[in-house]
Design a protein around this ligand. Structure first.
Ligand SMILES: NC(=O)c1ccc[n+]([C@@H]2O[C@H](COP(=O)([O-])OP(=O)(O)OC[C@H]3O[C@@H](n4cnc5c(N)ncnc54)[C@H](O)[C@@H]3O)[C@@H](O)[C@H]2O)c1
Ligand SMILES: N[C@H](CO)Cc1c[nH]c[nH+]1
Ligand SMILES: [Zn+2]
Length: 425
């Protein structure tokens, strides 16, 4: 890990993978094929990319039962407890419709409606996280979404990871399809004989999945495109170097492009954390990934003051921020940009990844400057409500018509004035 003094600007912005021309063309072709040939195309690409042939893509009851055999009971209880915590937190985000009235009889309001159907992409390989199933499905359920569909590429046994199936089943998700990649995204967007289309697609995936999501946007809505994980630790001399190092490595093991940064006014702490990171890296099972991430994107910024350290954090606008100082709550009001803020030395970032109840789908790449993590709101939409009484119309019709004529929109003006004829009768 490099130790640097902060000079000039700092940034978390990395190039966003936009794929090669060849990949973009391949994705476009897969999407067209699924639109035209439905299940037949899904079958073809599943054979081609996942090496499995299916007659039906739906996960069966037997597969769910087998998954429960493969997961120990204690783990099922942990998943249940985590789910309860996540549900309790997200219940607080529930939105309600509201109305307001004016003396002239006008009633205005906002009607909140859950999306009818959403699709969650669960990536294959080692990146199949049951915790992400909880983080996406629970806010959808709290919002009141009726139809929740999970798609994920089949593994070499022709099924899905047991932990993913158990997490989904614990939440009562009943529609799970073994199909991945761009073909799964196309099926969710346009529908096939087996898979009914949805209204919005959530979840991460590889470049083919990301490109397909971009491509179908407009036909359906999509969530954010999340980049590799990031952690910034803001610490003073009271923090423990071994704990900081462990937390930095927790995110580095996600991806070779993950970013782990310590910002501190203490050079002594910086030196100790650097040493600890090397020590702890040596015994990590995902050492290769974490090492690459630390070499490329790991850095310790040493500042002159805590105030300067806070400025650096705000400039970085990280996905996750840990505040490990003597009085973390005193710093909270100065933090302006971070997807999730973990306060105090016991609030290690994985506490939020799995269990506390907050959502782990968060803005990356410096976008925490202007965006937020996944919330219940992402699964809802708002319709404005307008009721004009006769009194309100009489009082304001001329003003509205004048405004319309200012824009040169005569039909607008006449629509409002058309009601005058009623008074003539
Ligand atoms: N940001 C996050 O929160 C987060 C979390 C988990 C995983 N991820 C990402 O998910 C990804 C998982 O990748 P994965 O590949 O293991 O699983 P994946 O499910 O994203 O992709 C697998 C599918 O890719 C398609 N594919 C593979 N090669 C192809 C080709 N040549 N042409 C067309 N399609 C092809 C296949 O259809 C296959 O089923 C990683 O990139 C990881 O970084 C991100
Ligand atoms: N830290 C990841 C988001 O950046 C989420 C995750 C899932 N499992 C473990 N961690
Ligand atoms: Zn994580």
């Amino acid at each position: 890990m490099k130790i640097e003094r902060v000079e000039g600007t700092v940034s978390l912005r990395r190039t966003i993978e936009s794929g090669t021309e060849e990949q973009r063309r391949a994705v476009q072709q897969i999407i067209d094929d699924v639109r035209n040939n439905g299940d037949r195309a899904l079958k073809k690409y599943t054979e081609m990319f996942d090496g499995i042939s299916f007659d039906t893509f739906a996960v069966t009851q037997e597969e769910i039962e087998e998954a429960y055999w493969l997961i120990n009971e204690e783990m099922v209880h942990i998943i249940r407890e985590a789910a309860q915590n996540i549900r309790e937190y997200h219940e607080r985000q529930r939105m309600t419709s509201w109305f307001m009235t004016r003396d002239d009889g006008t009633i205005l309001g906002q009607k909140v409606t859950p999306l009818d159907a959403v699709g969650l992409y669960v990536p294959g390989g080692t990146a199949a996280y049951p915790s992400s199933v909880l983080m996406n499905v629970i806010p959808a359920q709290v919002a009141g979404v009726k139809r929740i569909v999970i798609v994920s590429p089949p593994n070499e046994r022709g099924t899905l990871p047991a932990a993913v199936l158990v997490a989904a089943c614990e939440l009562g998700v009943q529609e799970i399809y073994k199909v991945g990649g761009a073909q799964a995204i196309a099926a969710l967007a346009y529908g096939t004989e087996t898979i009914e289309p949805v209204d919005k697609i959530f979840g991460p995936g590889n470049i083919y999945v990301a490109l397909a999501k971009r491509e179908v946007f407009g036909q359906v809505d999509i969530d954010m495109i999340a980049g590799p994980s990031e952690i910034v630790v803001l610490a003073d001399e009271t923090a423990k170097p071994n704990e900081i190092a462990a937390d930095l490595l927790s995110q580095a093991e996600h991806d070779e492009r993950s970013v782990s940064i310590l910002v501190t006014p203490s050079l002594q702490l910086a030196l100790k954390v650097e040493e600890e990171v090397e020590k702890q890296l040596a015994t990590l099972p995902r050492k290769e990934i974490a090492q690459k991430a630390m070499n490329e994107y790991g850095v310790i910024y040493v500042t002159d003051t805590m105030k300067q350290a806070i400025d650096v954090v705000n400039e970085l606008a990280p996905e996750h921020l840990e505040v490990m100082t003597a009085e973390p709550f005193e710093i909270l009001s100065d933090i302006r940009h971070a997807g999730a803020i973990f306060l105090g030395s016991y609030s290690s970032e994985p506490v939020g990844d799995y269990f506390a109840g907050t959502n782990h789908v968060l803005p990356t790449n410096g976008t925490a400057r202007f965006s937020s993590g996944l919330t219940v709101e992402a699964f809802m939409k708002k319709s404005s409500i307008v009721f004009y009484s006769e009194q309100a119309w009489r009082q304001h019709a001329a003003k509205i018509a004048a405004f319309a004529r200012l824009e040169g929109l005569e039909a607008h003006a006449r629509a409002v004035e058309e009601r005058l004829k009623r008074g003539d009768k």
